[in-house]
Design a protein around this ligand. Sequence first.
Ligand SMILES: *Cc1c(COP(=O)(O)O)cnc(C)c1O
Length: 426
Amino acid sequence: MDYRGFFEDAVDTLRQEKRYRVFADLERIAGRFPRAIFRDNADNQREITIWCSNDYLGMGQHPVTIAAMQDTAGRLGVGAGGTRNISGTNRPLVELERSLADLHRKEAALVFTSGFVSNEAAISTIARLLPDCVIFSDQLNHASMIQGVRQSGMEKKIFRHNDVAHLRELLASVDRKRPKLIVFESVYSMDGDVAPIAEICDLAEEFGALTYIDEVHAVGMYGPRGGGIADREGLMGRIDIIEGTLAKGFGVMGGYVAANQAIIDAIRSYAPEFIFTTALPPALCAAARASIEHLKLSSVEREGQQRQAQLTKDILGDAGLPVLKTDTHIVPVIVGDARLCKAASDMLLEKHNIYIQPINYPTVPKGTERLRITPTPLHTDEMIIELRHALVSVWASLELPRERPTAKVSSNKLISGDLTLTGAGG
Ligand SMILES: *Cc1c(COP(=O)(O)O)cnc(C)c1O
């Protein structure tokens, strides 16, 4: 077999479908967030502004996180030295898990090497341990949650996105005595919409189900101490398992779950994704903890982010650009075509020194391709005006549609068949 040719063909298929991904060569500049150095294929470099980072609050460059990482690396070195099973737990990781348990007001927390791994490990382990468990999963759940559901091998039922009536129907269709697990997100990162958490908790109580929430796009950013949407709404106590990342709002790296001691101990003891891999390095744990503790006390970053996100929505909307209305910090501008979306992104970078990654299928449904803009507290008013001019110019050059989408674009399409293969989110 011509193996090389086979793999080249596999990638060509993606190119033909305009789904081939190119990663920009970027060098972020600490202290000057959201500015970065971009290098093109010929290694020419210039400064650009990043408008699509998931370092939502700029904590990846905050003096507090940098100092914690440098100081801890100096004292404890850079590696963890092995799995926790073999090498024990470095002190900064013990402290990080305490800080996370306290953030979510849970008895315990467990840290993984990424949010992806935490979802895969926790969902699959919980569902596998419960005899004959049925998983109820939101249609637009992130790929890592879908991976956890599949990995468990248990029966799954997909409910229409944020549709509690449909969830109720599915719950009622299953034998009352079977264990049930409802998995969903708080903020969905592509449309920026928010789950009806209280109603889902009501249903869980009524039908005796466990609740598992992914707060990846909310931790650090919502709630009086940055515990997420459930924190803001006073609902953390009604959720059984809260999952989050240390890599987005907190600006570092790693993932975690927080829950009662029994659930955490079970995941710790049974999940191969936890047991057989090296722990996060101590310096990284210390930086993540510094970020979490900072954001428990400081709301300046959260308020700045909300202000700049709202200003961006207003200014782009006033300019007649098709901005999706959201209640969150995520500002999607719909293009609706994969080739044009990539072309718009390229033109922004080449002509306007603005970096916004195109979001195409399978991350979002076909026909809803978009630029996903994430304003941070460090994007100035002037940068927002610059962005407006750049987008208006690109929209005119490429003759992109200007109709403002009214409904939530991807919510009404039941694409669960697709979803089991591809997964939503980013
Ligand atoms: C990014 C993301 C994850 C994965 O988190 P990482 O720490 O980046 O691995 C999980 N869930 C959702 C909804 C995400 O968007």
